[in-house]
Design a protein around this ligand. Sequence first.
Ligand SMILES: Nc1ncnc2c1ncn2[C@@H]1O[C@H](COP(=O)(O)OP(=O)(O)OP(=O)(O)O)[C@@H](O)[C@H]1O
Ligand SMILES: [Mg+2]
Length: 246
Amino acid sequence: MRSPQAIAADPAVNAFVMANAGSGKTTTLVNRVARLLLAGSAPGAILCLTFTKAAAAEMQRRLYERLGDWAVAGDARLRDQLAALEERAADSFDAHDLSRARALFRPGAGTPGGLKIQTIHAFCEQLLRRFPVEAEVSPLFRVIDEAEAADIRRRARDRVALADDIPGLATAYLHMAGKLSQPDFEAMFDRFEAKRAELTDYVAQDGGAATLQDRVAASVGLDAWIEPEAAERAAVTARASTQRPG
Ligand SMILES: Nc1ncnc2c1ncn2[C@@H]1O[C@H](COP(=O)(O)OP(=O)(O)OP(=O)(O)O)[C@@H](O)[C@H]1O
Ligand SMILES: [Mg+2]
């Protein structure tokens, strides 16, 4: 019976694998890439994405090691290795197959030319660099690290706290700072950031910030925006007048 590892390494099938740590996932992926290359796939058409740089380097190292090993293996040993990998009889590989397998190794190049093993982050960055117009980003964009991003966030918040160019902004900041705990306050800004595009669109629709209050009021069933204090006063006055003996 074929092992699950062999099935998942067969380039003829689409496979989704979930398996425990150390159970042979990287081995399976390296086998799969090796089999694709043996089958004649163009190295440039193969893309391997990993989450961490360490995983990408490990995959690259192991593939390189494998191909390097093939390049120097004697006929019998190479036949055995290919047979195990492709689940075929050792004598089904002819001299041409063996020399093709040996030629996959490119000294100094690591992996066959054009084959990409990289992190998903690096891949996305490359994609954005190639298609900045389509992605609506500046062609000169720069990826910043976590520390730099946190610093920019901090400075942006300071600016909001001290803003005097947008009426009411600094007051709103102080108000929310008083209403919320420090973690909740931070979380609120994180949510603003995560939903920046949606919030900007929402504020921009139908007249921008000017009509925002009215729209918020309408969403809770009020005819118009009313300050909380005024609402409180109106409720008390109405009650007082209905309770007054006629
Ligand atoms: N079928 C197999 N038979 C024997 N040893 C194997 C087999 N598959 C993998 N191994 C060995 O098991 C060890 C772990 O394999 P591998 O690194 O591929 O697992 P992994 O699932 O990628 O691990 P991790 O979760 O740490 O990334 C390696 O030493 C590998 O050579
Ligand atoms: Mg692994």
